[in-house]
Design a protein around this ligand. Structure first.
Ligand code: PMP
Length: 388
């Protein structure tokens, strides 16, 4: 049976060109880059080239840092805990402002820091599902606020927040600003030198790179207390033997994703819109958020009278892999933070299905998916007890 992968916000296929490049680091250039022999020094040019690629493709100033780590969960933890230990625990600036729609690697870390004495404010989103700069302006306080953390694009809806304006507001108030850009990197243009931010997290496996490697951008001068102590890797900012293959793979994957941004914005967007139009043509369906404000690959749809998880299984049985929202929170459908923050009718929230495309998605796959969705909705509505 044909299988179609429309869960690219959870993770992506490694681009075959990236996989080919990474192979040599398992069997040829496998030396620990910190050792004092040629097996080690053989890897250095590749690491330098990888860093150059990351700096170039995110347009990072030379004075600033990018540290390579294990994932975006680690990057997000590092930022919040650094600011806690460097500022919140030692000064009157005790407040973290974040949002109600963040990934658990932010929200659960913020809750943990609350238990240590931080004051955390969870900003709501407006009716469009977007963080409002005016709401932030109303509560940010130069004497109290240590950090603002707002995700660039939401993993469930794809909705994009006004990051540049938020960054400027934070800088005007002397407040550190972090953005979790996991769902934006490789999907929309990111020019770090054009934005007043202090920290940005990203993860290779979301843009056709390998799993188990991520990056954290840190502006020169922003506090950074290592999450992991024990070695001098990454200038002592992130201990642990460097994952050279992962680092090289991530940097190349980023370069390829940036090269493909125009394609993402035209071909991927067109296929997404085609699928979305077909979904909306089914009676009593809904798509969350205006498509003009979303990443080009994402649809969060709901089909009245159809339970999300039941539809997910039905689609899967028929060869289409989608998601009920964040893969990380699939056990807790009702507590989906985006639905809650957008005050979406609980019945609709229960019926949410996310389709996330990639540059490898084909027109034939979308045509096939449209057919499968129509049949699945018909089938599940026929056995549903609720009226719609
Ligand atoms: N932030 C967001 C917005 C995400 O979508 C994810 C992945 N679901 C993460 C953070 C965590 O990424 P990683 O898997 O690299 O830890």
């Amino acid at each position: 049976m044909e299988r179609i992968y429309l869960d690219n916000n959870a993770t992506t296929m490694v681009d075959p060109r990236v996989r080919d490049l990474m192979d040599i680091f398992s069997v040829q250039f496998y030396g620990n880059p910190n050792s004092l022999h040629s097996f080690a020094s053989d890897t250095h040019p590749y690491m330098r080239e990888a860093l150059d690629r990351l700096y170039t493709n995110l347009n990072v100033n030379d004075d600033d840092d990018i540290i390579i780590n294990g994932c975006a969960t680690e990057g997000n933890n590092t930022v919040l805990k650094s600011v806690y230990f460097d500022l919140i625990a030692k000064s009157q600036k005790k407040q973290i402002i974040t949002t109600q729609i963040e990934h658990p690697s932010i929200s659960h870390t913020a809750e943990f820091l609350e238990s240590l004495g931080a004051e955390v404010v969870y900003l709501p989103v407006n009716e469009q599902g977007i963080v409002s700069v005016a709401d932030l302006k109303a509560i940010i306080d130069p004497d109290k606020t240590a950090l603002v953390s707002v995700m660039w694009a939401n993993n469930e809806t794809g909705l994009i927040n006004p990051i540049k304006e938020i960054a400027t507001l934070c800088r005007e108030n002397g407040v550190l600003f972090h953005t979790d850009a996991v769902q934006a990197v490789g999907k929309v243009k990111i020019d770090i030198s054009d934005i007043d931010l202090d920290y940005l997290t990203f993860s290779a496996h979301k843009f056709h790179g390998p799993k188990g490697v991520g990056g954290l951008y840190i502006k020169n001068g922003a506090p950074l207390i290592p999450l992991l102590h024990g070695g001098e890797q990454m200038g002592s900012k992130r201990s642990g033997t460097v994952n050279v293959a992962g680092m090289v793979g991530m940097a190349y994957a980023l370069e390829l994703a940036v090269e493909a941004l125009e394609f993402e914005d035209s071909k991927v967007r067109r296929l997404r819109d085609k699928l979305e139009d077909a979904i909306l043509a089914i009676p009593s369906t809904n798509v969350i958020g205006d498509r003009a404000y979303r990443t080009p690959n994402t649809i969060l749809a709901s089909f009245k009278g159809v339970e999300g998880e039941a539809m997910l299984w039905d689609l899967n049985r028929n060869g289409v892999a989608a998601s009920t929202g964040s893969a990380c929170s699939s056990e807790s459908l009702e507590s989906n933070p985006t639905f809650k923050a957008m005050k979406i009718d609980p019945e609709l929230a229960h019926t949410g299905i996310r389709f996330s495309l990639s540059r490898f998605t084909t027109e034939e796959e979308i045509d096939f998916t449209i057919d499968i969705i129509k049949k699945s909705v018909e089938r599940l509505r026929a056995i549903s007890t609720s009226e719609f």
